[in-house]
Design a protein around this ligand. Structure first.
Ligand SMILES: Cc1cc2nc3c(=O)[nH]c(=O)nc-3n(C[C@H](O)[C@H](O)[C@H](O)COP(=O)(O)OP(=O)(O)OC[C@H]3O[C@@H](n4cnc5c(N)ncnc54)[C@H](O)[C@@H]3O)c2cc1C
Length: 408
């Protein structure tokens, strides 16, 4: 592990800092939106709009898509430069978190697997913040076992007709485009008959039904697809190559979920002081635990950074980071709720900061599921990092049509 910037990285950091000083609002500014959807100070629409404005500022300043080739609006630099910029940006009251699925997941997938026409069509509007994307992967019965998906795409003239149901789709009602996995060949084993489409969310036949979470918000939805037409030009890669392409999207997703460092142990300490329990021995122990977990995250971050700096793609590092981050958030928010005493259970506006902690507490379990559950990350690490025997996969070579959920 190497903790220091190279001279070139240090120069880049200084340049980023100078630009951010001139263009970004500071933390604590009345319009600070760096807390993302954790905050109760603004609603989701306001957050997305502020992210959109900031994304445009980044684009115009030449700081959007730092690793993307220049011909698609990027800066043509290495992943380590993006990490450095993110580190610097996190010191300001700004965020482009609403574009995580677009720029963080759809963008790298199209860059890696798209045709020249697809890159020309989608990448610049994405970087400029004009178009939001959603991810239409999960289905009832196809989450951890994603390859089990049953949404069908059937060839029809110069395009495809898609029918099926997606589940847990984050913000599809705001998205203009969706990354869609659908089965195009049920006669081959489940991983082989999947194709990857770029779906225009304004197409006829798409119905979005919001699902309310225990936070009270409807962050994700069910999406019903009833005879939705997708032109051939919006197939990404070859028919049947969807599983391989989806790995690019999923790896990007894992890497991005573990990256947040907005919620610090200092916030918990301030909260404990407000309630006069900062010196309670049990609370002190829990704060120390949060601090240790946060430090572990910091060092895991260095590990990812080192891999990127050396030109490697973090794989296992991203899984470890995601696991550690989800566990940290659970521990931190549980302690905060306990520290709050009876008020800790209230989420109303009147109780100010208490409401924020309740929201964070109720949101934290979803981090252990989204982007691949804790157990699935542990399986990945068991197999790929520790070399343990793989899980038995008896259905791996069986044609999808012959499986329990297969199309008959
Ligand atoms: C906040 C949030 C946002 C999301 N956004 C999106 C989105 O935008 N687009 C999208 O496509 N999906 C999205 N998802 C869905 C997410 O990817 C799935 O929830 C996740 O992959 C788990 O799938 P599942 O819910 O079907 O659970 P299941 O796969 O049914 O798992 C149920 C339980 O069984 C365990 N389990 C399953 N298989 C194994 C195994 N082999 N070994 C050990 N344990 C196992 C799991 O860990 C879990 O505890 C989102 C989820 C959340 C929580």
């Amino acid at each position: 592990m190497d903790f220091d910037d190279t001279p070139e990285e240090a120069a880049f950091r200084a340049e980023a800092r100078a630009w951010l000083d001139a263009h970004a609002i500071p933390k604590g500014h009345p319009d600070d939106f760096s807390d993302g959807l954790w905050s109760t100070a603004y609603d989701e629409d306001t957050y997305i709009e502020r992210c959109r404005q900031w994304q445009r500022t980044l684009f115009e300043g030449g700081w959007a898509g730092i690793t993307w080739p220049k011909e698609y609006g990027g800066r043509g630099l290495k992943p380590i430069h993006q990490v450095i910029f993110n580190q610097e940006q996190s010191r300001y009251g700004v965020s482009n978190g609403a574009f995580m699925i677009s720029i963080g997941m759809a963008g790298p997938t199209i860059l890696a697997h798209g045709t020249e026409e697809q890159k020309q069509r989608f990448l610049v509007p994405m970087l400029r913040g004009d178009e939001l994307w959603c991810q239409l992967f999960s289905e009832p019965g196809a989450g951890s076992d994603l390859a089990n998906l049953s949404t069908r795409a059937v060839r029809d003239g110069d395009g495809w007709v898609v029918t099926g149901q997606k589940l847990w789709t984050s913000s599809p009602e705001r998205a203009t485009w969706g990354m869609l996995l659908a089965r195009t060949d049920p006669d081959v084993p489940k991983h082989k008959g999947i194709s990857y489409f770029l779906l225009d969310m304004r197409s006829p036949g798409i119905e979005v039904r919001p699902l309310r979470q225990m936070t009270g918000e409807a962050h994700f939805s069910e999406v019903f697809l009833d005879g939705v037409r997708v032109p051939d030009e919006n197939l990404l890669g070859a028919p049947g190559d969807g599983w391989r392409i989806a790995q690019t999207t999923l790896a990007a997703e894992r890497g991005s979920i573990g990256g947040g460092r907005n919620m610090t142990p200092e916030m918990l300490i301030r909260h404990a002081r407000r309630h006069g329990v900062a010196n309670h021995p049990v609370v002190r122990q829990r704060i120390a635990d949060a601090h240790i977990r946060f430090e572990v995250l910091r060092f895991l971050g260095y590990r990812m950074q080192t891999a990127l700096s050396q030109g490697r793609t973090p794989g296992n590092e991203a899984s470890i980071m995601k696991l550690a981050f989800a566990r940290y958030m659970k521990a931190l928010t549980e302690t905060a709720i306990e520290v709050g005493g009876p008020h800790g259970m209230l989420a109303s506006e009147e109780v100010g900061d208490e409401g924020i902690w309740v929201r964070r507490f109720l949101h934290a379990p979803s981090l252990r599921i989204a982007g691949g559950s804790d157990q699935v990350q542990a399986n990945i690490l068991g197999e790929r990092a520790l070399g343990l025997p793989p899980e038995p996969r008896p259905d791996k070579d069986v044609p999808y049509r012959e499986l329990a959920r297969g199309v008959r």
